[in-house]
Design a protein around this ligand. Structure first.
Ligand code: AMP
Length: 631
């Protein structure tokens, strides 16, 4: 692994030269004078004085060589539609939307909240903001009105863009009426709301003077030409609110130049996407993965990007592979949870389509358990790269980097620190570096590399306090994740530091116990939480989804407990193993462990606005009732 190790070392030791080289992957209207300004730690400013534009790099610069190549392919299994746009057409559409926004008074630096389903118009709106230097904040369509109102009050947008509705599992979701409700709750509502009508809400109410019809306005701006605004590299490009665990959502702010460079570089070195090829990222534009690898990343690389509106098992569990076959996707990016869903379906679907165009499948967002990693790798017969990152970083922190070296994959590990990240595993007690295989906090020595968050929107102090205050004697960025590094230098993420449980003085990561439970061949997936125990402080409690119907729950429970005993020791044995058919998750696939834990401890489950299916929580409640009922 010499090549990659040297490459990484160079990115840290000769930081400026290294990033100056990567910066050649994007177009600069005005060259930067200085690579990094780190005069006010931990705030890093990249490519000082350089002027560029994300939309120019994503669209305009490709017009000379690939105007007639498809840039965006929209596939909806919800409304049964497919539309595609070449780079030339995307250029026209984005300019038109930019002109529409300008006609509604949007100027450089203004915020625009985009609350839209997965339709091409959402991509046009995002790119149009980037084009004119407006700051977009995409809010995931699943957020409830109160969460949306909190984001409106924090971002204070001059315009909101929405659609009448979206569709999920064939059922209409009324976006516009939710926006109306959020605007009633917000203290600082914007003056205008632009609405794209899909015909999904025929009775949609319209507020005169505030609501503007997209199609009518678009008709007035056909053929509009709107040049790119040249922005200084560290000006803000967008705000993305983090899927908050507690309290006020944090507005992760990103820059222009650093982000463009990080994405261009990652497309080449990590994802191995070539201009002219196709990338299929199954995320949503409301999440960071959607920003970086549905919209900006693939387009900056001159690739065709697929925007998929639908779920992985409708009309059947072969739909993704059918898309890969039809569009000859070479790079695919998804999440472990989706793969676990597919694992429960008929494996024949994976063999039905020709997916030989795929070079890699990348997975991120949550721990990828070893059995799932093995299963999908064998099923596809290509390298499946687990990589680890956060909304805050915008691109991977840990990953294999096949563009430099094809390092072997270790199942369950997201491989190595990505170039540009000086990663440390630090002991919580004294901030000292951990030994191999010793569990410690995953921390990044600042400055964060290009592409990462530059601050919390409107609150520099909160940025420093939240992320850099774990240790009093060392200013490092805390990921709030536990990790270990093995003797070969591979990292393993063991879950959030805030999800740690303490059983009779022993610290255990819920992830470790989940891994152990999943080792039982009958288990598809599980969630383990720590619940208060009068004797031991905390006890693990497991909720498991079995691959098939469970005939004898007691017997399987005993077997699972024995498996945990065997893997981790009796200290980690769950108080009980409950069998459910689905786990409560957010729509981005994160298990709502805090809510499960709260229910198990008789508390309120908290904010459930992003829950995928409330029935999952009902199953948890029932399981807990059964446990406490007299036997
Ligand atoms: P978010 O910002 O919502 O995407 O969540 C980021 C968090 O998801 C990280 O701090 C990790 O806890 C978790 N995460 C993301 N990717 C991975 C991965 N590949 N392995 C383990 N955990 C991950």
């Amino acid at each position: 692994m010499g090549n990659y190790r040297d490459f990484h070392r160079r990115s840290i030791e000769q930081r400026d030269d290294f990033w100056a080289e990567q910066a050649k992957l994007v177009d600069w209207h005005k060259p930067f004078g200085k690579v990094l300004d780190y005069s006010r730690p931990p705030f890093a400013k990249w490519f000082i004085g350089g002027e560029t534009n994300l939309c120019h790099n994503a669209i305009d610069r490709h017009l000379a060589a690939r105007a007639e190549q498809k840039a965006l392919v929209y596939i909806s299994t919800e409304v049964d539609q497919e539309r595609s746009y070449t780079f030339r057409e995307l250029h026209q559409e984005v300019q038109r939307v930019a002109a529409m926004m300008q006609s509604l008074g949007v100027k450089k630096g203004d915020r625009v909240i985009i609350y839209m389903p997965m339709i091409p118009e959402a991509a046009f709106a995002i790119l149009a903001c980037a084009r004119i230097g407006a700051i977009h904040s995409v809010v995931f369509g699943g957020f409830a009105a109160a969460s949306l109102a909190a984001r409106i009050d924090d971002a204070r947008p001059s315009l909101m863009i929405t659609a009448d509705g979206g569709s999920r599992m064939g059922k209409a979701v009324l976006y516009k009426s939710l926006v109306d409700e959020s605007l009633r709750l917000a203290k600082n509502p914007p003056a205008k709301v632009l609405i794209y009508r899909r015909g999904l809400d025929p009775t949609m109410p319209v507020v005169a003077g505030r609501d503007v019809d997209w199609q009518a306005l678009a008709a007035r701006h056909a053929g509009a030409q709107v040049p790119c605004a040249w922005l200084e590299s560290s000006e803000p490009s967008y705000i993305l609110y983090t899927s908050g665990t507690t309290g006020q959502p944090k507005g992760v702010q990103r820059d222009v130049g650093g982000y463009a460079v990080a994405l261009a570089s990652s497309m080449k070195l990590i994802y191995r996407g070539e201009a002219g090829e196709t990338m299929f990222t199954t995320s949503d534009i409301g999440w960071v993965v959607g920003h970086s690898y549905i919209i900006y990343g693939p387009l900056i690389a001159g690739m065709t990007t697929i925007m998929y509106e639908g779920v992985p098992i409708r009309p059947d569990a072969g739909i993704w592979w059918k898309i890969v076959q039809e569009h000859k996707a070479s790079v695919m990016f998804s999440a472990p949870t989706a793969i676990r869903v597919l694992k429960k379906q008929d494996p024949a679907f994976l063999k039905k389509y020709d997916v030989s165009s795929l070079k890699h499948l990348f997975l991120a967002g949550e721990p990828l358990d070893e059995p799932t990693h093995v299963w999908i790798s064998e099923a596809l017969g290509i390298p499946v790269i687990d990589h680890y990152w956060q909304t805050e970083t915008g691109w991977p922190i840990l990953s294999a980097v096949p563009g430099i070296e094809k390092t072997p994959i270790k199942f369950g590990s997201p491989s190595f620190p990505v170039y540009g990240y000086e990663l440390k595993l630090l002991r919580e007690s004294d901030a000292a570096e951990a030994a191999p295989n010793e569990k410690a906090l995953v921390a990044i020595v600042p400055p964060l590399p290009p592409g990462c968050m530059t601050t919390v929107w409107g609150d520099d102090e909160r940025y420093v306090k939240t992320y850099y205050s774990t240790f009093s004697k060392k200013q490092v960025y805390s990921t709030f994740d536990w990790g270990i590094r093995d003797k070969d230098g591979y990292y393993f993420i063991l879950g959030r530091t805030d999800d740690v449980i303490n059983v009779a003085g022993h610290r255990l990561g819920t992830r470790e116990i989940e891994e152990a439970v999943s080792m039982h061949p009958a288990i598809a997936e599980c969630a383990v939480v720590g619940v208060a125990d009068p004797l031991k402080g905390q006890m693990p409690l497991a909720f498991a989804v079995a691959k098939a119907a469970v005939d004898d729950r007691k017997k399987l429970e005993k077997e699972v407990m024995d498996t945990v005993d065997k893997q981790l020791g009796a200290i980690a044995r769950p108080r009980a193993v409950h069998f459910v058919t689905l786990l409560p998750k957010t729509r981005s696939g994160k298990t709502l462990r805090r809510s499960i834990q709260a229910l198990a401890e008789g508390r309120d489950p908290g904010d459930l606005t992003t829950i995928e299916d409330p029935a999952a929580l009902e199953q948890i409640r029932n399981a807990l009732k059964e446990e406490s009922a007299p036997k």
